[in-house]
Design a protein around this ligand. Structure first.
Ligand SMILES: Nc1ncnc2c1ncn2[C@@H]1O[C@H](COP(=O)(O)OP(=O)(O)O)[C@@H](O)[C@H]1O
Ligand code: SF4
Ligand SMILES: [Mg+2]
Length: 332
């Protein structure tokens, strides 16, 4: 039996009309924050979305949940197109797909006890639910994320960062979603508690069959949690494939450079090409391959034509004119 994708994005784009340049000589410009990406998330699996700050990860996350209108492209959830934001159909879909943000304190209401916030969505979506059932569901989900009953009446500022992120997770889980889009969910936490939250996410996935889109610039964590990985650069996916293969033998020069910056990832000395400089101005990116201004392998063709995201023999996709010869270099 073939399993149906839970989430499918096709040629998704979001462009922003902005004012660009130094004040007061600014001009109108178009910023292609997300520029035609396609991805698939299977039920119970994790897609890691990585790339430097500003490459379009958060915008992608919001497009996937219908929190932002795309300029082009489509998103399907469980086989159905995403309904228009604000409609009854969209609210029904949104119960099944939730967002977990980076900053738990910012995501929570400082004036409400955390148990009240965890149960709030139940009040909205199931107003007729008896209060005993409501309390039982809140207690159940608090236990699932490792919070104790005595945390319930506390306010967000009375909890630790890790406990607050557990509250955010409990609130996201109360409607029994099938998908969580986690946008840098551990970046704001102390290193000592990051691993606890990652383990909790892994545990919840196993017990509840949740699917995740896990957005992060921390490749070590992405490797630990992801089944598939999409690497983004300036609004596009440059490498996409099974996580272990991608981390073991990255094929796109950008993925290689990102991994080379992590000391613990095994790699051949010859492959080390540390990423220098910042990404180019997204309003005025280089012609052809937008990575060419930082790519040690760039050739004249790279300035002339945009490399398509093409499949390699191992099933992964890479957007580089020389992806096949990169493979040969890696194998040598
Ligand atoms: N509402 C907006 N208006 C204009 N530009 C935006 C808006 N949101 C994001 N951007 C721009 O889009 C690009 C991608 O942003 P974002 O998706 O937040 O990247 P990331 O999460 O990878 O850091 C950035 O250049 C950012 O400045
Ligand atoms: S297409 Fe050219 S510039 Fe782009 S990643 Fe490949 S070699 Fe580098
Ligand atoms: Mg972001």
């Amino acid at each position: 039996m073939t399993v149906r994708p839970l989430l499918e994005a096709r040629n998704l784009a979001r462009h922003f009309a902005i004012r660009h340049g130094n004040w007061p000589r600014s001009r109108k410009a178009l910023l292609r924050a997300v520029d035609g990406i396609s991805l698939t998330v299977m039920p119970g699996r994790t897609l890691g979305l990585v790339g430097e700050s500003g490459c379009g990860k958060s915008t992608t996350g919001r497009l996937l949940l219908g929190l932002m209108e795309p300029t082009a492209g489509t998103v399907r959830f469980d086989g159905q197109p995403l309904a228009r934001a604000g409609t009854t159909e969209w609210r029904a879909q949104r119960q099944l797909m939730q967002m977990v943000y980076q900053d738990p304190l910012g995501a929570l209401d400082r004036r409400l006890p955390v148990a009240k916030q965890i149960g709030e969505a139940l009040e909205i979506h199931h107003p007729a639910m008896p209060s005993a059932e409501h309390a039982r569901r809140v207690a159940e989900v608090m236990e699932a994320v490792g919070l104790q009953a005595h945390h319930g009446p506390r306010y967000p500022h009375e909890l630790s960062g890790g406990q607050r992120q557990r509250v955010v997770l409990a609130r996201a889980l109360i409607l029994e979603p099938r998908l969580l889009v986690c946008d840098e969910p551990i970046s704001a936490l102390d290193v000592s508690i990051q691993a606890q939250v990652v383990n909790l996410l892994l545990d919840l996935q196993e017990r509840l069959g949740l699917a995740y889109v896990f957005i992060s610039h921390d490749l070590r964590v992405v490797r630990q949690i992801s089944h598939e990985v999409a690497v983004m650069y300036l609004g596009r996916i440059v490498e996409y494939g099974e996580a272990e293969a991608l981390f073991h033998a990255p094929q796109h020069p950008y993925t290689r450079a990102l991994l080379a910056a992590i000391p613990t990832v095994a790699r051949r000395q010859a492959d080390i090409s540390l990423l220098e400089g910042d990404p180019p101005d997204p309003v005025d990116p280089p012609s052809g391959c937008t990575f060419r201004s930082r790519c040690s392998r760039a050739q004249s063709l790279c300035a002339q034509s945009v490399p398509a995201l093409k499949p390699l023999s191992d099933g992964r996709h890479v957007a580089c004119h020389f992806a096949d010869s990169n493979t040969a270099v890696a194998a040598a």
